[in-house]
Design a protein around this ligand. Structure first.
Ligand code: ADP
Length: 712
């Protein structure tokens, strides 16, 4: 099927043609036949890289040409930016929405395509964003993630709410191969397009003792090193390919990258350039190890890396310079980096409470699906490594030949329901228990016919909790959100977190940084750090000296949960006290990426707690507002006046302050030349442009919600 013959704008077709895309792949053609351009809902369950995004993009352009507006939901922030860039510059107005959960973002509605994470869409719904009613096409990327234990329910509820709101909207759901696509298609009233066609031939096999066994042939792997897994990498590199190696932990990823580097021993100016960049930014041993590996053509990739480190590794791999990346499996979903050979070295993974468990088939397929770069590799290979001979057949049966798991709803979990039921009531989707249950009837959970009694009981219990917490109340026969309840819903935090925060704050006279941070780290919304035996000394020493600064009583049976929240709070307090990144990484055994992850999570909770304080503990508003900026930027209080300037971050503000320039007034008095000597002329010019602007407008720079730090 030729793209030029499809009802899409000629400029779009011409753009594709320039990239050499003129004809549809067979599964793409099947989508057109199934009603892509005639308003039919579609569930497209086809392998990675077989052209799902292109199908969605064509459908969106067709939709906009007919006067419609499209919402494209993605599971991860990183994917939102990737899709935003992919859709931009092709004639349509494209917007992106990820953070800041209490804004309506009305201006976003001016766009034809809005790319957003499911959490952001949920918050837009809670904030009654008007343009959501104008959405005529909903694209859901990676829809199988409604089965994700932590975030799946939000995605499911968002789909259900949007369908409830816009019944005529066309839905295009994109999915990896799953066990029960009919079920999901049935829920979405969608035509199912299912296929295992791939643009590059995929060979799947199991490696044991120098041989990869594929279904129809064996392939010998030459011994080139002491390590079998390394031989698998060197083998592919020798024939001009690249490798992705999935291992079970960060430590293993780093260890494998070191091994691969010393096996590859590449050296060229481009690699040296990447390594220099990495080394000059490296604040930790991890960063320096990464630089050393990259210099020789290997890298590791996991959530501990900083954004810049990731970017360099990904670019180096895409450009073909880095030959092997060792990665943790959690990154398979986000990492769009195809390679000739994918090695699944560890198929067991540590799950808290369960020990080492085999990864699901769906995850294996996601990793295997990265094998083979279209147009570049003659074929892709996915290789599992067997540790014993009897494992060879078992791995064939359990992964290569096994059907993918069914997708199941996560909606009946009470903790999840709590958040969503409050929002249903606060936004008027449901006004009494019957209507809540009626709404839940439209979920995948109900469609799958899972226990209706269990759901109904859970709904009743949640409504009782919300009533007792005074987040909802009865007005006549209707349920309504109280001011508190509707604030919690808009702030997009778990009502149970809000309860923890409010209860602690109302009894609190004295503000302390650690009291606030530890309180927030004790809520269900905050991810916390794993505690090692070595950390106990740090925790005990803190408790010996500062126990009274905590806002939360130490439970008499304090266990791991308490230790984790305290460790996380101490890390954040260090961050807000300007302790250096390298010291923090060492002190808490984390990577820079973890620091940012924790800071991002807590920043939202600090923000939310400021709004809660305004309602329940007004005397805490001001110090919490200060802490909001301090956690965001990682600065002591004394730098607050400087941090509002654009271009001034943690390090520059500190340099100014240490040179006696601790306020806007002091900067003005010093003048551009002196400031230039400290920070460089370019940045000084930018600062003084802002100072001039601020004098004219008598306004503030930065966060418009805040009134605390106006320019004097
Ligand atoms: P998916 O979303 O399924 O992972 P994409 O839509 O991103 O896949 O497509 C993967 C790659 O294949 C992209 O580089 C895309 O430009 C290319 N591609 C998609 N459709 C075609 C086609 N019909 N012909 C040639 N290349 C295509």
């Amino acid at each position: 099927m030729e793209i030029a013959d499809l009802p899409v704008p000629p400029e779009l077709a011409a753009g594709y043609a320039q990239q050499g895309i003129t004809e549809l792949y067979p599964p793409q053609a099947a989508c057109v036949e199934a009603g892509l351009f005639s308003g039919k809902n579609l569930l497209i369950a086809i392998p990675t890289a077989s052209g799902k995004t292109l199908v969605a993009e064509m459908a969106m352009h067709h939709q906009v040409e007919g006067g419609g507006k499209c919402l494209y939901i993605v599971p991860l922030r990183a994917l939102a930016s990737e899709k935003f860039e992919e859709f931009s510059g092709k004639g349509l107005r494209v917007g992106i929405a990820t953070g800041d959960f209490d804004r309506r973002d009305d201006y976003l509605g001016r766009n034809d395509i809005i790319v957003a994470t499911s959490e952001k869409v949920d918050s837009l719904l809670r904030n009654r964003t008007p343009w959501l009613a104008e959405i005529t096409m909903l694209v859901v990327d990676e829809v199988h993630l409604i089965d994700d234990s932590s975030r799946g329910a939000t995605l499911e509820m968002v789909i259900a709410k949007l369908r409830h709101k816009n019944p005529g909207m066309q839905i295009i759901a994109l999915s990896a191969t799953i066990g029960n696509p009919q079920d999901l298609a049935g829920w979405l009233d969608a035509e199912l397009v299912e296929s295992d066609w791939r643009p590059v031939d995929l060979r799947e096999g199991v490696f044991y003792q120098d041989t990869i066994r594929f279904a129809d042939h064996d392939r010998e792997v030459e011994r080139r090193s002491k390590y079998e897994d390394l031989d698998l990498v060197l083998d592919t590199v020798a024939e001009g390919g690249q490798c992705l190696v999935f291992v079970s932990s960060r430590k293993n990823a780093e260890a494998f990258a070191k091994r691969a580097a010393s096996g590859l021993k590449l050296a060229n100016p481009v690699l040296a350039g990447y390594a220099d960049k990495l080394r000059s930014n490296a604040a930790t041993d991890m960063g320096r190890t990464l630089a050393a590996c990259v210099a020789q053509g290997a890298a590791f990739h996991h959530a501990g890396l900083s954004r810049e480190e990731r970017r360099i590794v990904e670019t180096g791999f895409r450009e073909g310079q880095i030959k092997a990346i060792a990665s943790t499996p959690t990154l398979a979903a986000g990492l769009n980096l195809p390679a000739r050979r994918v090695i699944v070295r560890d198929y067991l993974r540590f799950n808290a409470g369960e020990g080492m468990v085999p990864i699901p088939v769906r995850e294996y397929r996601q990793m295997a699906g990265r094998a083979g770069r279209p147009h570049l590799d003659p074929y892709g290979e996915a290789v599992l490594i067997a540790k014993a001979e009897e494992m060879v057949d078992e791995l064939f049966d359990c992964y290569i030949g096994a059907p993918a798991e069914d997708v199941r709803s996560r909606c009946a979990d009470e903790a999840v329901l709590c958040t969503h039921i409050l929002s249903l009531i606060a936004t008027g989707f449901a006004r009494e228990t019957g209507e809540v249950l009626g709404f839940m009837d439209g979920t995948f959970y109900a469609h799958q016919g899972e226990s209706p009694l269990a759901l109904s009981r859970a709904v009743h219990r949640v409504i009782e909790f919300l009533r007792e917490a005074e987040m909802i109340t009865e007005v006549g026969e209707w349920l309504e959100a109280t001011e508190y309840g509707s604030l919690v819903s808009r702030l997009y935090i778990d009502p149970r977190s809000a309860e923890v925060i409010v209860t602690a704050m109302t009894g609190q006279k004295e503000y302390t940084d650690i009291g606030l941070l530890h309180l927030l780290c004790s809520t269900p919304d905050m991810p916390t750090l794993y505690v090692r035996r070595n950390d106990m000394y740090l925790l005990d020493r803190f408790l010996a000296d500062h126990r009274k600064d905590l806002w939360v009583e130490i439970p008499w049976d304090a266990g791991e949960e308490f230790d984790r929240s305290l460790k996380t709070a101490l890390l954040l307090a260090d961050w807000a006290d300007e302790v250096g990144e390298d010291t923090i990484c060492e002190r808490y055994s984390v990577g820079p990426g973890d620091i940012y992850g924790m800071v991002e999570s807590v920043a939202w909770l600090v923000h939310a707690s400021r709004h809660l304080a305004a309602l329940f503990a007004p005397h805490l508003v001001r110090p919490i507002e200060e802490m909001e900026l301090r956690t965001k930027h990682g600065i002591k209080k004394e730098l607050l006046p400087l941090i509002r300037l654009r271009g001034i971050g943690r390090a520059r503000a500190r340099r100014l302050f240490n040179n006696g320039l601790g306020s806007i007034e002091a900067l003005r008095e010093a003048g551009p030349e002196k400031v230039g000597k400290i920070l460089g002329q370019g940045i000084a010019a930018r600062i003084f442009e802002q100072l001039e602007g601020a004098r004219d407008e008598v306004g503030e720079i930065g966060d418009e919600q805040s009134t605390l730090f106006r320019f004097g």
